[in-house]
Structure formats: structure tokens, C-alpha cells
Design a protein around this ligand. Structure first.
Ligand code: KIV
Length: 301
């Protein structure tokens, strides 16, 4: 009889031992991976409690946590601060650190050193790099050191200004052909999966079918192997930019505003703190204290 077909490739090919179970890919029939961003201990803990597969400490944190207008100014120091907090909160999810702009562009040596900081000092499992086939060499070098790399093509926010802004990608024959070739090149370089940002759904499907590592889509349709959203977008916590592809799963902004307004009113009107939220000293201790101060007062008279 013919030999049985080989098992499907594990989801994370480059490093399938990392905090994850190997599973078949999501093309059509099976489990789809979910990823969200997180930037601090509290939300990382919540993401893990919800059994989210992948937590990305995205450089979108530069915007939603530090208030920059875009992701380009994010620094290694800021990313390290956030990744350290996240790894304290999440122990089981796959943790991926976004490498900030210019931390992997100057030289291969510096790129490896910076990638190493996320894994060695910050408890991350992998790093993510934005870029097309031009960064294949860097990805190859980082993966060779044993650090898994998630690639990111399509809209690349760090350099979006140079390429016409935040625009849908893969809309023409030549741009779509380049995206598919980039994805293949990055797979050959050793990337364990690829984020597709704002790529037309037809081209995302073609990319997903043309490589054997998984694709994670953001604004790229449903034919990717997994999906990722920026946490602050899906919770309506950040409203400076509202991408059309974001589904809002909760309105934490409105809830937080309500809570803060109620708190202010309670303090101003004296309703907070009430008895329930106050503490007491034992009455015998209090009486001793009152007697003591009473004597002092009389002595002064
Ligand atoms: O920085 C980020 O949050 C990202 C996601 C949009 C994939 O790169």
C-alpha cells in the first residue's frame, strides 16, 4: 500500500515547542488562531485568561500607550518596558515582541542583539519584523540564532509614510504578485508565520495557499490561518484612528468615562467614601487616645 500522507505541518514550524500545541493549518477545515495585542501586565493576564493563542506586544503601543501619532518613533526602551510587563502577566500564550523601527535596519549584528533582548531579558517567545523580501537576510540571521521570527507584510505602519500612507495592499496585479513573492521569500528565510495587514481578501487567500507557514490577518479577510486585532481598537479604548476592518467587541471607553464621572460626583457630594469603604480603630484604643489628648488640652488651660 502507498505510504500514509505526511502529517500536516505544525502551526509554528520554526519553533513548535514554544508554549503551543502543534496543530494543522487553518485552510478551510480547522482551528483558526487568534491573536491580540497587549502592552501591560493586566491586559496580558486577561488575554491569557480568555485562552487567546498569541499575544503580540505591538509597536502600536507607541500610539495607544505612549500617545505618539504613529508607530515609527517607538524605541527599544519603550518596547522592552511593555514586553517585560506582558511576560509577567501571561505565562502560557505565545508571546511575540514587535521590533521597533530602526532596531533591525542598521546591521545584522545589531538586529540580532536587539532581538535577543526581547527573548533573553523580557520573556518573549518570538519577535516580529515588518518588511518585504529585503529583510529576508535579517530574518534568516535572527532565526539562525534560535529566535523565532514572525514576518509582517502588506501595510507596514512603521514605513507607511514612504509608501503612500495607510492604504489597502494587493489591489493590482503587480503589487499582489510582489506580495506573494515576498511571502515565499520570507518563508524561505525561516519566518514561522506571516502577518498580512490590510491585504485584499483574494490576495490573502492566494498568499495563504502559496506558502506552508501560517498567515495571521488584520484587515485581510477570513482566509488567513488566524486573525489579530489591536486590543485598544476592539475595546474602543483608542479612537484617534478607527480602521474600518475593526470589530468593536466592547465599549470600555464609555464604561470608564461613566465610572470616572460617577466617582467625581460621589467625592464632591461626600457620598464616597461611605462606611463600607472606611476603616476603624478599636474603640478602647480610641478612647485611650482621646483621654490622653484630653489631659494635654486641660494641662494647657
Ligand atoms: O503593532 C501592532 O499592533 C501590529 C499589529 C497591527 C499586527 O503590528
Amino acid at each position: 500500500p502507498p505510504p500514509p500522507p505526511p502529517p500536516p505541518p505544525p502551526f509554528f514550524q520554526a519553533h513548535h515547542a514554544i508554549r503551543d500545541q502543534p496543530r494543522s493549518r487553518g485552510l478551510g477545515d480547522v482551528y483558526k488562531r487568534q491573536a491580540v495585542t497587549a502592552y501591560d501586565y493586566t491586559f496580558a493576564k486577561l488575554a491569557e485568561l480568555a485562552n487567546i493563542d498569541i499575544i503580540l506586544v505591538g509597536d502600536s503601543g507607541a500610539m495607544v500607550m505612549f500617545g505618539y501619532e504613529n508607530t515609527t518613533p517607538a524605541t527599544m526602551e519603550e518596547m522592552l518596558l511593555m514586553t517585560k510587563a506582558v511576560s509577567r502577566g501571561a505565562k502560557k500564550s505565545l508571546l511575540v515582541a514587535d521590533m521597533p523601527f530602526m532596531s533591525y535596519h542598521v546591521s545584522i549584528e545589531e538586529s540580532i542583539r536587539n532581538a535577543g533582548k526581547f527573548v533573553k531579558d523580557s520573556g518573549m517567545d518570538a519577535v516580529k519584523l515588518e518588511g518585504d523580501a529585503d529583510i529576508a537576510k535579517t530574518i534568516r540571521a535572527i532565526t539562525k540564532t534560535g529566535i523565532p521570527v514572525m514576518a509582517h507584510i502588506g501595510l507596514k505602519p512603521q514605513t507607511a509614510k514612504s509608501w503612500g500612507g495607510y492604504r489597502l495592499q494587493g489591489t493590482t496585479y503587480s503589487s499582489a504578485k510582489k506580495l506573494i513573492e515576498d511571502a515565499q521569500e520570507l518563508e524561505s528565510a525561516g519566518a514561522f508565520c506571516i502577518v498580512l495587514e490590510m491585504v485584499t481578501k483574494e490576495i490573502s487567500k492566494l498568499i495563504t495557499e502559496s506558502i506552508s507557514i501560517p498567515t495571521i490577518g488584520i484587515g485581510s479577510g477570513s482566509d488567513c490561518d488566524g486573525q489579530i486585532l489591536v486590543l485598544h481598537d476592539m475595546l474602543n479604548l483608542y479612537d484617534s484612528i478607527k480602521p474600518s476592518f475593526v470589530k468593536q467587541y466592547a465599549d470600555i471607553k464609555t464604561e470608564t468615562l461613566k465610572a470616572l464621572t460617577n466617582y467625581k460626583e460621589d467625592v464632591v457630594s461626600g457620598q464616597f467614601p461611605d462606611e463600607k469603604h472606611s476603616t476603624s480603630i478599636d474603640s478602647s484604643e480610641l478612647n485611650k487616645l482621646k483621654k490622653y489628648f484630653g489631659r494635654i488640652k486641660q494641662a494647657e488651660i
